[in-house]
Write a new protein. Structure first.
Length: 106
């Protein structure tokens, strides 16, 4: 894969992750129960990386081949959406309920 093609592929992945984060947003779909509405608030974390290279060789003495050119590239990424709090609206009362790192209420 050429460097330009690799960069283009990496850009496509990054753009899709950003679009997913924007679509989901930090506030999820409201949950309604009677006169109570709950708005889940989430934290979004994304990470990605990649690399590539090429080389020429004369072979290494194994049975895997001889002269030639090798090209390799790799990439990876992840996105994590975790709830961190809820806004609870009951009639005219609005409260914020936080969640700790272990998933319990703060």
């Amino acid at each position: 894969m050429s460097e330009q093609a690799y960069e283009q592929s990496f850009k496509v992945v990054c753009d899709k992750l950003v679009a997913l984060a924007k679509k989901q947003g930090v506030v999820a779909t409201p949950i309604e129960m009677g006169n109570t509405t709950i708005l889940p608030l989430s934290q979004i974390k994304a990470g990605f990386g990649g690399g590539g290279g090429q080389g020429k060789g004369e072979g290494d003495g194994s049975n895997t081949g001889g002269k030639g050119t090798a090209i390799g590239s790799a990439g990876g990424g992840s996105i994590k959406v975790a709830p961190v709090a809820f806004i609870v609206i009951e009639g005219d009362t609005v409260t914020l309920e936080s969640i700790d790192d272990q998933g319990g209420q703060k």
